[in-house]
Design a protein around this ligand. Structure first.
Ligand code: PMP
Length: 292
């Protein structure tokens, strides 16, 4: 999906992806010191629409503030630049990756005083695919929120995600499910987690998770449909009693879970609340469903 002719926005200009470069001494490269977003645009009856651009760019601002990276663009400017990236590349259904990073050569551990801004976009199918997932409770925990600000979308945090995801795949599973430092279920490497029990939904509260924008959307869609959602801590043993489960994220959208640690969830995914909300989510992002 990477095309070297793609135009990316980079520090005030639109340049070919193949012409963009970065110093080998960039602080970002050595220490994972950058923040990013994952956003999607969809073809809708009123043209290409970026889903929840404001929420994503507000979270980017929050992430920058949290790690002390300056960001000299407003939410509105970032949104407008993103529409330009889509237009210049003729993209409608696209995945968008804004990155705020420190390209200045700097081997110190003092935060950079200036930042660089990249906005790239490409066509990308549903991350994690359409099939239901065989999930494994990971031996890797989410980072301790007292060590790193887990609610900020910081590049370096994704070493934890990459290790957990690769470990699950090496063991023959599709995806990992990570616990927090207290042994409560937190989230997947790049998606939030919900389970269904007796017609109600359960998901981890904020604390050790990324506050997913898809997670919030799903909670809104569920409550609008009269489905109770509990945001509470739970241990992985309660999943032995779960009827069904699913994961949510901008890239993954809504994806069903088939089994957790070999236990097949008894309710077929197509009949679960997750599948129902997944359909509502698709309608919402493509402008077919408009919420009051
Ligand atoms: N948790 C993690 C660790 C993630 O990387 C993501 C993807 N951004 C999510 C949850 C889901 O967040 P969102 O719905 O905002 O994409």
């Amino acid at each position: 999906y990477f095309n070297s002719d793609t135009l990316v926005y980079l520090d005030g200009k639109f340049v070919k992806a193949s012409d963009a470069s970065c110093s080998v001494y960039a602080q970002t490269l050595h220490y994972g010191y950058s923040v990013f977003e994952g956003i999607r645009s969809y073809k809708t009856p009123s043209g290409t629409q970026i889903f929840k651009a404001k929420e994503h760019y507000e979270r980017l601002h929050f992430s920058c503030q949290t790690v002390g990276l300056p960001l000299n663009y407003s939410v509105e400017e970032l949104t407008e630049l993103t529409y330009q990236v889509l237009e210049r590349n003729n993209l409608q259904d696209a995945y968008i990756r804004p990155l705020v990073y420190a390209a200045t050569p700097n081997m110190s551990l003092t935060a950079a005083q200036e930042s660089n801004v990249l906005i790239a976009a490409w066509e990308w199918g549903k991350y994690l695919g359409d099939r239901t997932l065989r999930v494994m409770v990971s031996p890797y925990e989410r980072p301790n929120p007292k060590s790193v600000p887990v609610e900020a979308k910081v590049a370096g945090h994704y070493v934890n995600s990459t290790i957990a995801c690769s470990d699950a795949k090496a063991k023959g599973y599709d995806e990992a499910l990570l616990l927090d430092m207290n042994g409560f279920v937190a989230e997947g490497p790049g998606a939030n987690f919900f389970y269904e029990k007796d017609g109600e939904l359960f998901t981890a509260p904020p604390g050790s998770i990324l506050r997913g924008i898809t997670r919030n959307t799903i909670i809104d869609l569920a409550r609008e449909a009269g489905i109770t959602v509990h945001e509470k801590f739970f241990k992985p043993d309660v999943l032995q009693e779960a009827d069904a489960a699913f994961m949510t994220g901008t890239a993954a959208e809504v994806v069903g879970v088939q089994s957790i640690n070999e236990r097949v969830l008894p309710k077929p995914y197509e009949e679960s609340i997750g599948a129902f909300l997944g359909k509502r989510y698709s309608e919402l992002v493509t402008g077919k469903l408009v919420l009051a």
